[in-house]
Design a protein around this ligand. Structure first.
Ligand code: SF4
Length: 291
């Protein structure tokens, strides 16, 4: 486990390595995403047993979740650099360097590595935030858990990523997962996702919003601040939390570039005041259950 600069979590942990790919990278076509590039150029060299030479070869790394679970309870404590997390349970992002719902990750492994650990006395003190671009596979996993007589733990959050209209279909899978907290990471947003209140009501309790940074194969495509404003507005209308993560390296407002010192656009002191929104779901946020 490592501390992370990702603004919406305290730490990240990767119980698997590698990834099947997504709309941002097709295996064998062009250079991989930021995670894939780091995997192939650094991790596969320094930890060759855990990281295959090619990013699309997925490997299991048992034991990492259990180790992460033993870290200190953060409930009631302040964070020095992430005040929006103050007082909350430790938020651990699971799988920031790949996709744990890749095809070669078995449900037996996910059960032992993720679910059992989240339920044990150490792991139950934290919140484990899964994020996938393959929510359909997560639906199958949830059904498999039921077949084993197991429930999806309340402290295992499930999110899916949306980068634009073309990937918005993932929402229809997310709603089928019986998790207490479901969320969307709408980032990096590379086109107007066109999300409406009706699509999200009762589906999620958190929207993470962000533009593309200069780390990745395409390096900072345009992020219109109007898209972020529209999403904050939708979150407000359905009474769920919104979290603007970063404006990316190429934000524009009314078609004009916004010049920011932070190259990822992650310093909210530089943003227009109405975009400085970093909320997290709490027990107070309620949602209408539609299944
Ligand atoms: S799902 Fe994530 S890690 Fe996998 S190729 Fe896409 S951006 Fe990279």
């Amino acid at each position: 486990m490592k501390n992370t600069n990702i603004q919406w979590s305290d730490d990240s942990v990767n119980p698997t390595s590698g990834c099947d790919g997504c709309e941002l990278w097709t295996p064998g076509v062009g250079g991989p995403c930021y995670a894939g590039n780091f995997h192939e150029t650094r991790l596969s060299k320094t930890l060759p047993l855990l990281y295959a030479p090619a990013f699309d070869e997925v490997r299991l790394i048992p034991g990492r979740m259990a180790k992460a679970a033993r870290c200190m309870d953060l409930a009631g404590r302040n964070r020095a650099t992430k005040p929006w997390l103050n007082g909350l349970r430790r938020k651990i992002f699971v799988g920031d360097m790949g996709d744990i719902f890749s095809a070669d990750v078995t449900f037996e492994f996910l059960k032992t590595e993720v679910i059992d650990v989240a339920n044990n006395p150490h792991g139950s003190r934290h919140d484990w935030l899964l994020l996938t671009k393959q929510p359909g596979q997560a639906v199958h996993f949830a059904a498999w858990l039921v077949s084993q007589g197991l429930a999806w733990p309340d402290n295992v959050w499930i999110g899916t990523s949306i980068t634009g209209r073309a990937s918005a279909g993932r929402i229809k899978h997310l709603i089928k997962i019986p998790a207490k907290h479901r969320y969307l990471s709408i980032e990096p947003l590379i086109e107007d996702p066109g999300l409406e209140v009706d699509q999200l009501m009762g589906v999620v309790d958190w929207l993470i919003i962000g533009g593309e940074s200069d780390q990745g194969p395409h390096y900072g495509r345009e992020f219109k601040l109007e898209w972020a404003r529209a999403l904050i507005n939708v979150a407000s209308k359905i009474n769920v939390a919104a979290f603007v993560k970063q404006l990316g390296s190429n934000p524009t407002m009314r078609r004009r570039p916004l010049s920011l010192a932070d190259r990822h656009g992650g310093d909210w002191n530089e943003w227009p005041a109405d975009l400085r929104v970093r909320q997290l779901p709490t027990e107070i946020v309620t949602r209408e259950i539609v299944t």
